[in-house]
Write a protein that binds this ligand. Structure first.
Ligand code: NAD
Length: 479
């Protein structure tokens, strides 16, 4: 008899298998009806399509693309667009599912989605990339898979502000006069309706997540570490958007970046690396290897096994596996990339007492600030524009009242530090910091309430599943 059940595969291979395995592990700690859990777990809709691209020599290539909307319990759905030659439908569905749980964890009122075009962007000219991006947007629009209230893409691996600007422009061309058109995509350049702080939001969010985890004296004692980021030794894989900014913000909090890993190899320097200098060196020479003063590691993946306090995989999925998990020396794994750890490696980390700060929470800074950008686009006004002067004037009057009451006059320097005209970036960063702290504490509390859950990832999935389940229960079933 065919029974709807989850088969425990001994060696899950795909990211979709992995995400489902994490879901199933967490579902055992939830009390919802099996049918409701099935509805939360399933990917609601996938649009799979193909279109031609013309090359300079006249040849035509067919390109495959997808958009998956995992859950419509909240609208719009939200998720990045990935340009990668390895991407396939299963990966897009898995990434869309992660978006659902991620949004729920950080209280961003969106369903999860993800998009992809199966190309290696480095093989195309800028003009071809623009045509591919515009055609992709047009296809999404034709099938109602994009729109400010429908589905809102953002950058992911292989895409950035440039592609988001093309998407916004294409959508705008197709929807002349639609007042909210700019809110059809986030991660745009600031000059095209983007928001200050979005570019670095994922890395900054990862830093806030690590700070919050490292604030607990009990948790750090259990790992044999001191509290705070000061002096913590980090190994970062991937010097792209997420890895670069995570390295930067953690270093600014006192962490030491002892190794950076890229495609061509890795470099190690126990005295600490500066991500900016390394980035510029790599841009100039075409390789991270040979960086002055550092030791070259020719097999990039070997860097994951270096002695360090915190390992930050911020490039690809499935890099921490049953093959290398036992050799990982980090006490904390901070997941910048989506799906860097397989369930087998996760199990090994749990057994070895390694703390994993899971992707589904840790890299949610990007979607959080995307939400702020979407709100900004809908309200048509820069954050803080309407009241920042009034607020500063109120603070100034308060200082004057204190001066009057105490008979003491504040110095110019004190005045300056106490009264601030808040700009958009400060508001965004404060909203992001608050979001990451609140979400971490929710996850940590779930683990405290049910210690048998065993780890932060499962606690994060339990928290997310419970939040989505409540929404489904309240909505009922249509018709
Ligand atoms: P990116 O394209 O900016 O950077 C990826 C970097 O990884 C590149 O520098 C690339 O050269 C490097 N890389 C590729 N293969 C590698 C290898 N084998 N070893 C070491 N480095 C390698 O992409 P990104 O936006 O930084 O995304 C990275 C990961 O973070 C992805 O898993 C993505 O889904 C996830 N993520 C991104 C965001 C975001 O806001 N950009 C948000 C959440 C999650």
């Amino acid at each position: 008899m065919a029974v709807s059940q989850t088969v425990d595969r001994p060696h899950p291979r795909t990211l979709e298998d992995n995400v489902n395995a994490y879901f199933d592990r967490a579902a055992k700690f939830c009390t919802h009806a099996p049918g409701l859990l099935d509805q939360i777990r399933i990917c609601n809709s996938v649009y799979s399509f193909a279109f031609p691209v013309r090359h300079a020599d006249g040849t035509i290539e067919v390109v495959h693309a997808w958009r998956a909307e995992h859950s419509h319990h909240k609208l719009p759905t939200k998720g990045g667009i990935r340009y990668s030659p390895q991407v396939d439908e299963s990966e897009v569905k898995a990434l869309a599912a992660l978006m659902t749980y991620k949004c729920a964890l950080v209280d961003v009122p969106f369903g999860g989605a993800k998009g992809a075009v199966q190309i290696d962007p480095s093989r195309y000219t800028v003009e071809q990339l623009e045509r591919i991006t515009r055609r992709y947007t047009h296809e999404l629009d034709r099938k109602q898979f994009i729109g400010p209230g429908i589905d809102v893409p953002a950058p992911d691996y292989g895409t950035g502000e440039r592609e988001m600007a093309w998407i916004a422009d294409t959508y705008g061309q197709l929807h002349t006069g639609e007042l909210e058109a700019l809110a059809c995509v986030t991660g745009k350049p600031v000059t095209e309706g983007g928001i200050h702080g979005r570019r670095e939001a994922t890395g900054r969010g990862l830093m806030y997540a690590l700070c919050e985890a490292c604030r607990s004296a009990d948790d750090m004692r259990a790992l044999g570490l001191s509290t705070g980021l000061d002096g913590k030794r980090l190994v970062v894989q991937g010097l792209g958007n997420v890895g670069y900014h995570t390295a930067k913000f953690c270093r600014m909090q006192g962490a030491i970046i002892v190794a950076l890993a890229e495609r061509e190899g890795a470099i190690y320097d126990p005295r600490g690396l500066n991500e900016d200098d390394v980035f510029n060196y790599r841009k100039r020479t075409g390789s991270i290897l040979g960086y002055p003063g550092a030791t070259d590691i020719l097999r990039s993946a070997d860097a994951l096994e270096l002695d360090c306090d915190v390992l930050v995989p911020a490039a690809l999925e499935n890099v921490l596996t049953s093959e290398n998990a036992a050799r990982i020396k980090a006490k904390i794994v901070l997941e910048g990339a989506n799906g860097p750890t397989t369930p087998e490696a996760d199990e090994t980390f749990r057994m070895r007492g390694i703390m994993v700060i899971p992707d589904v929470y840790a890299n949610a800074g990007g979607v959080t600030v995307s939400y702020f950008e979407w709100l900004k686009n809908l309200s048509h006004v820069r954050l803080g524009r309407m009241d920042r002067r009034r607020q500063a004037a109120t603070e100034m009057r308060m200082l004057q009242a204190i001066e009057l009451a105490t008979g003491r006059t504040f110095s110019e320097e004190e005045r300056h530090s106490l009264v601030k005209v808040t700009d958009e970036l400060a508001i965004v960063n404060s909203g992001l910091e608050d979001t990451m702290i609140v979400a971490y504490q929710e996850i940590r509390d779930a683990l405290r309430r049910q210690p048998e859950i065993g780890d932060l990832r499962t606690a994060a999935f339990v928290t997310a599943i419970n939040k989505v389940a409540i929404v489904y229960e309240e909505l009922g079933i249509f018709p």
